[in-house]
Design a protein. Structure first.
Length: 171
């Protein structure tokens, strides 16, 4: 069997989703879905806005569009509280009760987009983690062993680092 046939036969299907739970900050765990290089390039193109400068057509990444597309790779999170968010974004929380400070912020696409737009480190983390194949190696091996279908989980942050950042990040 040739390498191209082997790749075609064993490639993760488009409807399969590999995920891994990683720790972004102590206590803040984020479940990230894998992103292929092709998906990243497609996302980069979809996030572009066209503008004109001195009759020259130019392109720039729309942070809003990029946040919407990148948010699809943040499957869920747990452990994000107002106290932690305050430390991440320098927010005033002195008027909140202790219970309000420790109340968990529920994951939603809108909340993910807001965090991606507000915290460059988080957007860099999501892109780097989603594209780092090492994060998903255990999930791929499990898929080959015919484990139940659905989301397969990869190694924890302790077992694998998030890797180097890719170029499409939000500022």
């Amino acid at each position: 069997m040739s390498l191209s046939e082997l790749i075609a036969q064993r490639q993760v299907a488009a409807d399969e989703r590999l995920t891994v739970e990683l720790e972004f900050l102590p206590g803040f765990l984020v479940t990230i879905a894998h992103m292929t290089r092709q998906a990243y390039e497609s996302m980069s193109l979809k996030a572009e806005d066209v503008y004109w400068e001195k009759h020259q057509k130019k392109y720039r990444v729309s942070e809003q569009k990029a946040a919407v597309l990148l948010a699809e790779h943040v499957v869920t999170w747990r452990g994000l509280t107002m106290r932690l968010l305050s430390r991440m974004l320098w927010l005033k929380i002195s008027d909140l009760t202790e219970a309000q400070k420790d109340e968990e912020i529920i994951h939603s696409p809108e909340e993910v987009q807001a965090l991606l737009l507000s915290h460059k480190g988080f957007s860099t983390f999501v892109v780097a983690a989603a594209m780092n194949v090492d994060n998903f190696s255990e999930a791929l091996e499990g898929a080959e062993k015919n484990l139940p279908s659905g989301s397969a989980s990869g190694p924890s942050q302790d077992e694998s680092s998030a890797g180097a950042a890719a170029s499409l990040t939000l500022s």
